[in-house]
Design a protein around this ligand. Structure first.
Ligand code: IPM
Ligand code: MG
Length: 359
């Protein structure tokens, strides 16, 4: 295996470029410490691409991502483009890149750091020990089904269709079982099988695949109940697998357990080793260009990239350890600082993490 990898960097909008700049420092430090080599290529994506090129996902950006070993994404979107037609919205670029790269699986870990527990709105005793992963199906369901408007008996109607094939369910569910096998060996499959036909197919498929994983304890949870249980007993979850829109909602909820969405990384994967890595948070236009955003989610996304796309556990662990040490030493960005803690800025946090990285 080669020690050299090509990373496509699409920083995007809002705080995207600021947090990505810190992640790049961490990538460079990993070269120094572990002898890996990275070629970084930059491309336009999201709102900035709409402004400069008239489309959220220019062909050359997509081609650059397709020929890379991994993609690092900052964030996209902002009020400036919110009222644009669908083809000229940054979110359309995000859905487009997921689909074009075949990234059907979105992995969002939610880990409660002990030293940040008081930053959460949930009680300490409920949260302590929370360490779960939401595995979200990313290229199917209502996000990608046929959408249209029509005239009905009572005036205009809008239709969004939700479609899932057995193949689409099977590949994501297998991946979730594999992840569970390597962790706490518990899988919660979330659906709405009491109402939706796609959910009934989902549940049948999960039950069939479960026979191949006798070592994993499986529970089926209805999505409304899951939303409740996440607040009530978060520590009882290990891996949660669910369809696209349920996963969108539940992963934001899981994120807030940890205190700040500014801490959470994510990986989007397909069949091969190419993956797209991005923070779970958005472009936060309200704090953009102020140098105060928390870069940790993006930095931890680099750790996920090293582990999941490259198999470089040493560098991944070094990054995660450095983040933990910096937090344990009491350094905080504004989003995770309590009243009597002084907040530091984006690049100061990045520098501290780089300095804390060791072999
Ligand atoms: C996410 C986001 C996106 C989604 C939006 C921006 C299209 O909320 O990545 O969770 O809904 O998938
Ligand atoms: Mg979301």
């Amino acid at each position: 295996m080669t020690n050299k990898k090509k990373i496509a960097v699409i920083a995007g909008d809002g705080i995207g470029p600021e947090v990505v700049a810190e992640a790049i420092k961490v990538i460079r430090k990993s070269e120094e410490l572990f002898g890996y080599q990275f070629e970084l290529e930059h491309g336009l994506f999201g709102g900035i691409a709409i402004d400069e090129r008239g489309t959220p996902l220019p062909d050359d950006t997509l081609a650059m991502c397709q020929s890379a070993d991994a993609v690092l994404l900052g964030a996209v979107g902002g009020p400036k483009w919110d009222n644009n037609p669908k083809e000229l919205r940054p979110e359309t670029g995000l859905l487009g890149i997921r689909k074009a790269l075949g990234l059907f699986s979105n992995i969002r870990p939610a880990v409660v750091f002990d030293c940040l527990i008081d930053a959460s709105t949930i009680k300490r005793e409920v949260l302590q020990g929370t360490d779960l992963i939401v595995v979200r199906e990313l290229t199917g369901g209502i996000y990608f089904g046929e959408k249209f408007r029509r005239e009905g008996a009572n005036g205009q109607e809008a239709v969004d269709t939700c479609v899932y094939s057995v193949m689409e369910v099977e590949r994501i569910v297998r991946q979730a079982f594999e992840i569970a096998l390597k962790r706490g060996k518990k899988l919660a499959s979330v659906d709405k099988a009491n109402v939706l036909e796609t959910s009934r197919l989902w549940r049948e498929t999960v039950n069939r695949i479960a026979a191949d994983y006798p070592g994993v304890e499986l529970e089926h949870v209805l999505v409304d109940n899951c939303a409740m249980q996440l607040l009530r007993r978060p520590t009882s979850f290990d891996v949660i697998v669910t369809e696209n829109m349920f996963g969108d909602i539940l992963s934001d909820e899981a994120a807030m357990l940890t205190g700040s969405i500014g801490m959470l990384s994510s990986a989007s994967l397909g069949e091969g080793s190419l993956g797209l890595y991005e923070p779970v948070h958005g472009s936060a236009p309200d704090i953009a260009s102020k140098g105060i955003a928390n870069p940790i989610a993006t930095i931890l996304s680099v750790a996920l990239m090293f582990r999941l796309s490259f198999g470089w556990e040493d560098a991944a662990a070094a990054i995660e350890k450095a983040v933990k040490n910096v937090l344990d030493a009491g350094h905080r960005t504004g989003d995770i600082a309590t009243e009597n803690e002084t907040a530091i800025g984006t690049s100061a946090m990045g520098d501290l993490i780089v300095a804390a990285m060791t072999k």
